[in-house]
Design a binder for this molecule. Sequence first.
Ligand code: SF4
Length: 214
Amino acid sequence: MEPAVRVTEIFRSIQGESTRAGLPCAFIRLTGCSLRCVWCDTAYAFHGGSEMSVSEAVDRVVRLDTDLVEVTGGEPLEQDGVYPLIDALLERGKTVLIETGGHVPLDRVNPRAVKVVDVKAPGSGMESANLLENLDRLAPQDEVKIVISDRKDFEWALDFVRARDLDRGRTVIFSPVWEALPAATLAEWIRDSGRNVRLGLQLHKILWGDVPGK
Ligand code: SF4
């Protein structure tokens, strides 16, 4: 049987996060996630969606005519169909970013994809879901993202990075919770941290607000 995925939305926008922020990007948002981060901004992708074959999903993404494609969710790696989807998008010549919560093993992801892997700080309520062995599965092009809701999260994230020297030769992004922590405050904390951490802003929210499909 042809592999399928359950999809919440497919759209073209500007990449808002990661080191590719600012580039035109096609997004495919898969439905469902087993976590419940306190500050999750895509709860509308927990349920519903439409089932479609991987080939139909690829055709729809390719029609959006971008070099960059992001596979996101929900949690995209919880669906078996995502792995052939990633392979097919790579075969069509796309640069493929995978946004994952970090709680699913990364070993089935095509190594040519770029993984942006969350580490969950305590303020997410999901710290216990962190799958630390995933950090050993990162390729040089992959990025680590920690969403920060307050100073306690920041101190925790700094300790996490420091203990593993994670910011040496790797992109580590600290991103503020949109409603909870002013970006300028996090910027100052990072500036004074002595670590090689990058401030991550959600460019799409600055441009258009917190709305689906953007
Ligand atoms: S892992 Fe991502 S999609 Fe799942 S609850 Fe957390 S922020 Fe939301």
